[in-house]
Design a protein around this ligand. Structure first.
Ligand SMILES: Cc1cc2nc3c(=O)[nH]c(=O)nc-3n(C[C@H](O)[C@H](O)[C@H](O)COP(=O)(O)O)c2cc1C
Length: 366
């Protein structure tokens, strides 16, 4: 089984949450969740990048309440943060993605659910009820299989398709290897036996790699998916202005500036550093979101000030799921929203529309 100690761990702070998750999960699962690619330089840099900005404090006594509501591709949400897609959630808690979806929906927050979910996309949709949900698509080797998943997502009430482009092959993840994590021991993929995870990458001196297993993820394939669905398309894994322009030309209505939590290309830039150039390149042609290293409400405020419309949260949601299932996720997301509202009030901003570039300044180097 995956859990080592009681799941009734309570947490009051982010630090307590992370420590409790590490205590709760078996070492191999912890290695899977916490680890990144290679020496984890990008994974660490994602978090550290938020320390390069200060929030300009301009408290105004007339700001006494804060409104976090916004829209994402036209859909109302209670706050500008969302649950990022993460695979195999039953490996951290038996209630899996259904617990996460129920918690996000209860708070009126967007949840994005992975192709590689342990629960089926239909059962996740049922757990989310009327809550906003997007489906994350890993392009499959056969386009027909990708299109089949898109159809199912349409029927199950997902309101956007998020195509992840940064994982044609899996990153090489040292910590995962060292911890002994093996996908074949994790619960099966809920979306059916034909759904494939991205293959392992090439080994320079041979090995089992077969280039034909890599799904075609050209912009043309993405344009094909876009033409095949009425749902808006979001491209996840953009880190350059050129990539952003390609995605918009292929019909993306939204982009996630992301390096997959530092799990793919070690030494890819931290998402926050890549954000301003992408916001500039895209202008008003698409919504720009960011994930990677977002841990707290004040991080969200910095990313919003630099032009993100919303931020996604990956690992901390898994920590919370591990520690308390649905209640744990609800508690963490609630803490996050409280801290965002508190930071805004202290910074003198009453609503999301008042958050702009003037709110932050670069921290002096040194
Ligand atoms: C355990 C784990 C599994 C993930 N699985 C997926 C996935 O199936 N699809 C995907 O697009 N991104 C996946 N991601 C990446 C997240 O969507 C997101 O980009 C990343 O976790 C954000 O960084 P953070 O963990 O620092 O918040 C995964 C991340 C983690 C930690």
């Amino acid at each position: 089984m995956t859990a080592r100690s009681s799941r009734r761990s309570s947490f009051r702070t982010l630090g307590e949450l992370e420590a409790a998750a590490e205590r709760t999960l078996a070492p191999d699962i912890w290695g899977y969740v916490a680890g990144g690619a290679g020496a984890e330089r990008t994974a660490r840099a994602n978090v550290e990048a938020f320390q390069r900005w200060w929030i300009r404090s301009d408290p105004r006594s007339e700001v006494r309440s804060v409104d976090l509501r916004t829209t994402l591709l036209g859909e109302p949400v209670s706050a500008p943060f969302f649950v990022a897609p993460t695979a195999y959630q039953r490996s951290v808690h038996p209630a899996g993605e259904r617990a996460t979806a129920a918690a996000a929906a209860a708070l009126g927050l967007l949840g994005v659910y992975s192709t590689l979910s342990s629960d089926s996309l239909e059962s996740i949709a049922r757990a989310a009820g009327a809550g906003p949900r997007w489906f994350q698509l890993y392009l499959q080797r056969e386009t027909a299989l990708s299109l089949g998943l898109v159809r199912r997502a349409e029927r199950a009430g997902y309101s956007a398709i998020v195509v992840t482009i940064d994982a044609p092959v899996l990153g090489s993840r040292d910590r995962q290897l060292e911890s002994g994590f093996a996908l074949r021991r994790s619960p099966p993929i809920g979306n059916g036996p034909r759904v494939r995870t991205p293959p392992r990458g090439p080994e320079w001196d041979g090995g089992p790699y077969r280039p034909e297993d890599v799904a075609s993820s050209t912009w043309a394939t993405i344009a094909t998916i876009r033409r095949a669905t009425r749902l808006p398309l979001v491209v996840k894994g953009v880190l350059t202005a050129e990539g952003a322009r390609h995605a918009v030309r292929a019909g993306a209505r939204g982009l996630v500036v992301s390096n997959h939590g530092g799990r793919q290309l070690d030494l890819a830039p931290p998402s926050l550093s890549a954000l301003p150039a992408i916001v500039h390149a895209v202008g008003s042609r698409a919504e720009v979101y960011l994930d990677g290293g977002v841990r707290r409400g004040s991080d969200a405020l910095v990313a919003l000030a630099l032009g993100a419309r919303a931020v996604g949260i990956g690992r901390p949601v898994l920590w919370a799921l591990a520690c308390g299932g649905r209640a744990g996720v609800r508690r963490y997301l609630g803490m996050f929203g409280t801290e965002l509202a508190n930071s805004m009030l202290l910074a003198g901003r009453a609503s999301i529309s008042e958050v702009d570039r003037r709110l932050v300044e670069p921290a002096p180097r040194g």
